[in-house]
Design a binder for this molecule. Structure first.
Ligand code: FNR
Length: 364
């Protein structure tokens, strides 16, 4: 009886998320606008679609961006995932399923994920919360054959969510899941970004990748706040780090990991997501050190507003434009985009100075 009520609550929440995210206004301006890439006036390059290709956990994909985690396990979510898988196959980019932890409560929900999975030969990511039991994790991996596992860490969302889980003792659980998974693990925020210490902690655990998913796009404080009947949390709306700040935090973590006492510990691969609006934001993310870039809300809006073909067309356009941008900024491959020089505005510069003072006191 209690389990049935829980199942219904999860299904209702997933429906709400789709409806609210679809209609929520993502900010037009965000911290990507504070980054300026240095463009060579004589680039000495020529656009070539192959220059966008890259490796994704050992799989060759068409461009360094992918459809990030959103939904699944309810009828509407499974239908969205089928469309996203078709788009992934056509566009030759990866896609991530939304949280599949509900399979623990409702094993029948697995079928919808499996049906969608059959529609793409591209790499997929399976997404869970850190409290998911190991048996379910193994079942999901066996059934959906993901190239990597995303574990979402979403304290702000859980705090504001009316029925949210307030147990955020995650590190040991993440470690156990990683030990059992047998595939690379990505630890992922959902729109509030990552601080330096948490990135360091995941590096020390040997986690393969961190998806910083920062502030600047879909806002789950606003979304959960809309679902509350009483008690307003709108003052937390601006909480957390933007995606750009989080990428800078990852750079600080990288610096700290070069200290002699951290020998042998390396920075996880960094994924940028949260408020990525266009191919230039993708390029800026790579220049700031990200290896790949995830997009959720913007692609969902296109899919639900204009349909599957429109999303395919949009991603085709992104790929072409991105390939042009690589050349425009004097590069010939996605790997070398990390060498693009950048400058930032005073506000971000001041943020970086203050953060440097916090993480290495005395040196600044
Ligand atoms: C999400 N997101 C998300 N993340 C996650 O790790 N597990 C999940 O189940 C979901 N569910 C979900 C539903 C919907 C409708 C949206 C729009 C998003 C968060 C998502 O992956 C991403 O981190 C944030 O949306 C920020 O990226 P964008 O939307 O600004 O590109």
């Amino acid at each position: 009886m209690i389990e049935e009520a829980l199942r219904q609550a999860v299904a209702a929440r997933k429906k709400d998320h789709i409806a609210l995210a679809r209609h929520s206004k993502r900010p037009e301006k965000n911290d990507f606008d504070k980054i300026f890439l240095v463009r060579p006036t004589l680039p000495e390059t020529a656009p070539n679609p192959e220059n966008s290709e890259c490796d994704f956990f050992g799989f060759r994909i068409a461009a360094p961006f992918f459809i990030n985690a959103m939904t699944g396990g309810i009828e509407e979510g499974d239908s969205i995932n089928r469309s996203l898988c078709k788009v992934s196959e056509e566009s030759q980019i990866p896609m991530a399923f939304g949280s599949a932890s509900l399979v623990e409560l409702n094993p029948d929900a697995l079928g919808g994920f499996i049906e969608a999975r059959k529609l793409t030969n591209q790499p997929v990511l399976v997404n869970i919360n850190a409290n998911t039991d190991i048996k379910t994790v193994k079942l999901l991996i066996k059934s959906l054959d993901p190239i990597a596992l995303q574990i979402h860490v979403n304290a702000v969302q859980e705090l504001v969510m009316p029925e949210g889980n307030k147990d955020w003792m995650w590190k040991e659980k993440i470690e156990s899941i990683r030990n059992a998974a047998g595939i690379p693990v990505i630890v992922k925020e959902v729109g509030f970004g990552f601080d330096v210490a948490s990135i360091m902690a995941l590096a020390e655990m040997g986690i393969e990748a961190v998806d910083v998913s920062g502030k600047g796009g879909t806002n789950f404080c606003d979304i959960e706040n809309c679902r509350r009947e009483k008690g307003d949390f709108s003052y937390l709306s601006e909480c957390g780090f933007s995606t750009v700040q989080s990428l800078l935090n990852a750079r600080f973590a990288h610096e700290l990991l070069s200290l002699p006492e951290k020998e042998g510990i390396s920075l996880p691969d960094v994924i940028a997501s949260g408020g990525v609006r266009n191919p230039l934001d993708v390029l800026k993310s790579l220049a700031l050190g990200a290896k790949w870039v995830g997009i959720s809300g913007a692609f969902l809006s296109t899919l639900l507003g204009s349909g599957e073909d429109a999303l395919m067309e949009e991603i085709k356009e992104w790929k072409e434009q991105f390939s042009g941008l690589i050349s425009l900024y004097g590069q010939t491959s996605t790997d070398s985009c990390k060498d693009i020089a950048w400058i930032c505005d005073e506000e971000l510069e001041s943020y970086a100075r203050q953060m440097a003072r916090l993480v290495s006191p005395g040196e600044v």
